[in-house]
Design a protein around this ligand. Sequence first.
Ligand SMILES: [Zn+2]
Length: 139
Amino acid sequence: MKSCPVRGGQQLSENEMDEGGQFSFYKDAQGRWWRTQMPWRCCEEVMFSGQCQGLLNHEGLHWAYSSSGDFCWNNSLAGYSGQTPPDHEDYRDPLLMRPLHYTQKELDRFLVEDPDEIARLEAGDLEEGESTIISIEDL
Ligand SMILES: [Zn+2]
């Protein structure tokens, strides 16, 4: 039994998982805060690179890119894993895998209108399991 996904250190119940996803906060160029809901990340570990970068309950290989850029994969059904360097013919281009990456699918988005919550976000006072996203367009 995997202790994943978790929020605030607690493993989620089926009902909580049905509510879907983890939350991130995003501040747009107009200074408005948006609360975005992202899908759960796959919990499998991939050798040499840590947690799988796919969505929870995805099909096929579990996969992640190592810090050196190798495509690392794990076939948990067959019980073997490996890593494929970028110059190998079986290498999977990160751009092709991007639509399958757990950060690339947004389930929902809400404008944050509660002044107290906006003040909390402005102060960088995040709760466990929360994160903020800064768009590269805003840098
Ligand atoms: Zn996976």
